[in-house]
Design a protein around this ligand. Structure first.
Ligand code: GUN
Ligand code: FE
Length: 468
């Protein structure tokens, strides 16, 4: 048993921020939050615990504890080319997938390479405060198992891992038959569920298998049907990419009788809770309805969207209409593995939704440009995300997207203790100021922070990373 006393901030609901103005005492036992007190009760319980000889760690004025970040969309085999290739379109013979993603993922067939990339990836995430990640591995079953083993050995971050499935429109050297794809997915699920049980953790476990059709252009109807059955039988999370970009949506529609992405996923039973669909920037209204009614969630990847999606996701409106949204980095379509970076990109992307088209007199009837100045004002309120809204997306929004809202995402009695201790440091961009309010201090870190601001990381009640 140990306890932490100080500023502990969380966002249990969209629009709600707790813990900025009073101290919190979190008592951790066997990996979970045994009890939690705020304000005066926190002060009193702290004394009681200390008298009982329980060690209470008192946070410094420059430190803030927040729930661990949950990255709802990341491609582990793409780490090696992070920062390159994003000037290309997603699709096409000279695109991001063909020129960068597929060849780099293919190199994971060499287990030594996979091991080194995956270990470095896990360490990178912890260093940036990510305590859970929904991961695309590669098509290789054995290499994907290596990632599962590495996450257990490393004691975090929690790795929800998908062996990627593709049976068409991929290079000859990076494709599977439908049968192999389904059989190896089943093998991978069995392996991962067995390893999770052996490792002795409670739900949501340190690792979980995820059913992962890459996206509609690379999956036949037969494959989608087979994967849907597996997800149902083994109660797995499902992940894919949906309605990401104009070129992708056109290609999918041509392959599936003019249907929208959401219709196709829905027809195959792949939209339900928990399914997590990355991007969804090019959705039609009917797709939004399918998401809401099914309980499927969106992994919002704003940084990647700036490059490939030709649009910004209206996150706040989607949440107000009952759709679950988490936040992802989409390494390497997104060039940063840092969820702090993804949070600030989400804030920026939300601002573009009410950009004025200049000259302002233009009242075109095309899409977003038809909107006049007055409507733009209302869009500002409807669409603007604050940094605290982004923190919600990165924590509780992600937990809810994964169906883990009762176990992760906020500081609540009975939840697992996954947390990041953020600290203020002077950097080239940020000054330490003794007079900062807690609110300003946290906003500074969310706006300008990086791995230097991540002092310590806890997964399942254990300290798994401390800044050297
Ligand atoms: N759609 C299918 N695969 C990918 C990928 O690797 N990255 C992105 N951004 N979109 C995809
Ligand atoms: Fe992606």
């Amino acid at each position: 048993v140990f306890a932490i006393f100080g500023t502990c901030v969380d966002t249990p609901e969209f629009g709600e921020v707790r813990g900025l103005h009073e101290p919190t005492l979190v008592v951790v036992s066997s990996g979970c939050i045994q009890s939690l007190y705020r304000g005066r009760a926190a002060e009193e319980s702290r004394k009681t615990l200390e008298n009982q000889g329980v060690s209470v760690r008192v946070l410094h004025a420059s430190e803030i504890l927040v729930p661990g970040f949950i990255d709802t969309h990341i491609h582990f085999p793409q780490f090696p080319f992070t920062g390159a290739g994003i000037d290309k379109p997603l699709m096409g013979d000279d695109g991001f997938l063909v020129k960068y993603a597929f060849p780099t993922e293919e190199s994971m067939s060499d287990l030594a390479i996979a091991r080194s990339v995956y270990n470095a990836g896990l360490e990178t995430l912890l260093r940036h405060g990510t305590t859970s990640a929904l991961i695309f591995a590669s098509i290789h079953c054995q290499a994907s198992k290596e990632l599962v083993d590495a996450a257990i050995r490393n004691r975090g971050p929690r790795a929800f891992v998908g062996k990627v499935c593709v049976d068409r429109h991929c290079p000859d050297s990076y494709i599977e038959t439908t049968e192999t794809s389904i059989n190896e997915t089943e093998d991978f699920i069995n392996y991962t569920q067995a390893r999770a049980a052996e490792a002795g953790h409670s739900p949501p476990y340190l690792v979980q298998p995820v059913v992962t059709p890459r996206f509609l252009p690379t999956c036949t109807a037969e494959l989608l049907a087979g994967l849907s059955q597996l997800a149902e039988r083994y109660k797995c999370i499902i992940q894919s990419h949906m309605s990401e970009s104009i070129d992708e949506v056109e290609f999918s529609s041509a392959l599936f009788e003019g249907k929208t992405d959401a219709e196709v996923f829905s027809d195959f039973g792949l939209l339900r809770a928990p399914s997590v669909m990355a991007h969804c920037v090019q959705m039609k209204c009917t797709e939004e309805d399918l998401l809401r009614d099914s309980g499927a969630a969106i992994a919002h990847c704003p940084l990647s969207n700036f490059f490939f999606a030709s649009g910004a996701l209206p996150v706040k409106q989607l949440i107000s209409r009952g759709i679950k949204v988490g936040l992802g980095t989409d390494v390497a379509g997104g060039y940063s593995p840092s969820m702090l970076s993804s949070m600030r990109a989400a804030v920026l992307a939300s601002k573009t939704l009410h950009f004025q088209y200049l000259p302002g007199a233009v009242q075109s009837s095309v899409g977003g440009l038809s909107v006049g100045a007055k409507e733009k004002e209302s869009s500002k309120e409807q669409d603007d995300l604050s940094h605290f809204d982004a923190l919600y997306l990165a924590t509780m929004g992600g937990a809810a997207s994964l169906g883990l809202q009762d176990l992760l995402g906020s500081f609540e009695e009975g939840k697992r203790f996954d947390a990041v201790l953020l600290t203020q440091v002077s950097t080239a961009l940020s000054f330490v100021c003794r007079h900062d309010s807690r609110e300003d201090l946290l906003q500074k870190i969310l706006t300008l922070g990086d791995d230097r601001n991540v002092k310590e990381v806890f997964v399942d009640g254990q300290s798994v990373y401390s800044q050297p």
